[in-house]
Write a protein that binds this ligand. Sequence first.
Ligand SMILES: O=C(O)COP(=O)(O)O
Ligand SMILES: [Mg+2]
Length: 219
Amino acid sequence: MTAAIVFDLDGTLVDSLADIAAAANRMLADQGLAPLPEETIRGFVGNGLPKLVERVMNHCDMDMNRHGKLTQATLRHYTAAASARTRPYPGVQEALEAVRQAGMPLGLCTNKPEAPARHILQALNLEPYFGAVIGGDSLPVRKPDPEHLRAAFDALGQHPVRIFVGDSEVDAETAQRANVPFLLFSRGYRKSPVARIPHHSTFDDFRDLPQLIRSQFTA
Ligand SMILES: O=C(O)COP(=O)(O)O
Ligand SMILES: [Mg+2]
């Protein structure tokens, strides 16, 4: 029995925090403001770029009327260097290869805007694995709206089993609302303990993922 698997991107397949933080900090520098530590910005990732900029601006007590402009500026900085320091987590490519060889169609559902998401997949040689890529600006809705995740699965066709792999509270909520089993990668950008995030299974090493999927979801 084949399962369709949809993955989240930031904090799941790739560690992208350094480039996200650099873009936000370039925007702050344009405004004459000091950079924020990566660890602070880590807590702002998960609900897409406009929300990240809103959280940065709140943190720095900035005038929210400028949110639209500063979101565009941050996106420009990000697009210019989206894959400079972004790297897949260890074992990601091998895991994708293994599940694809087992005949499972793969999709991506990220709140990152689609253009930089595709750029990162290309730069890291991950794009050929994905039959569908849905970004945070691809639809009128984004995670945690379950329609965002459903769109990624639907683009892969009809398969008896659906599995979502992600790293965050937002991903867990999305999976729950879409009624899809959720596999939680525990080394990403989550803010709460693993036990507080609803999940079907959790893993901390991509080398374990193919076997986890085989044993739990395929007959
Ligand atoms: O862009 C974000 O805020 C998070 O992106 P993700 O959905 O790939 O984790
Ligand atoms: Mg994520």
